[in-house]
Design a protein. Sequence first.
Length: 220
Amino acid sequence: MAGVSVVSKTNSRRFAQLLAGLVLYGASMALMIQAHLGLNPWDVFHQGLAESTGLRFGLVVIAASVAVLLLWIPLRQRPGVGTIANVLVIGVAVEATLAVLPAPGALWARAGFLVGGVLLNGVATGMYIGARLGPGPRDGLMTGIVARRPGLSVRLVRTAIEVLVLAVGWLLGGTVGLGTVLYAVAIGPLAQVFLPLFTVPGPAARRRPAPEPEDQSSGR
């Protein structure tokens, strides 16, 4: 029963961390949008679609996530709970945050929003990936392509996808600027810092082997 209790607590933590990470991810997107200093490639694409269609930004995020998820089918990728939550929660979170977050006028305040948004995005990325409940639709698309085409590297596929969505988003009216560059430079190191802090260990990592008798006698 103790083992079941530990597993139950771990699963509860994973779900709570997943949802918190996705909500914070949406909030980080809203901070960058309100800074008006440039967005990450996918959000340039989302904003460009929103500008050209007249749809709410959050709704565009959800619709784009569903469209990307459909591309998993020929790649034979299987979504997890975290994948579905990613589709639904981030769009709602960014829209809710935009509804209450004022756009600053002063450049220093906009810069603060930008830096805060990038930092929060790094924390949120570590949280939702660290929950280990399934990749987001865009990450799954990248890994699915690499799995089906072993000759391609993750770096090459990710770069190609992000350059494509950045170009399309910019042509549609999305905001490209300092924030785009800052995000590209900072998100990798930030994720590397925060992911180990938030990764929920699996059962194998939690188990510790019993010490051998000779270890006990030697004091090691």
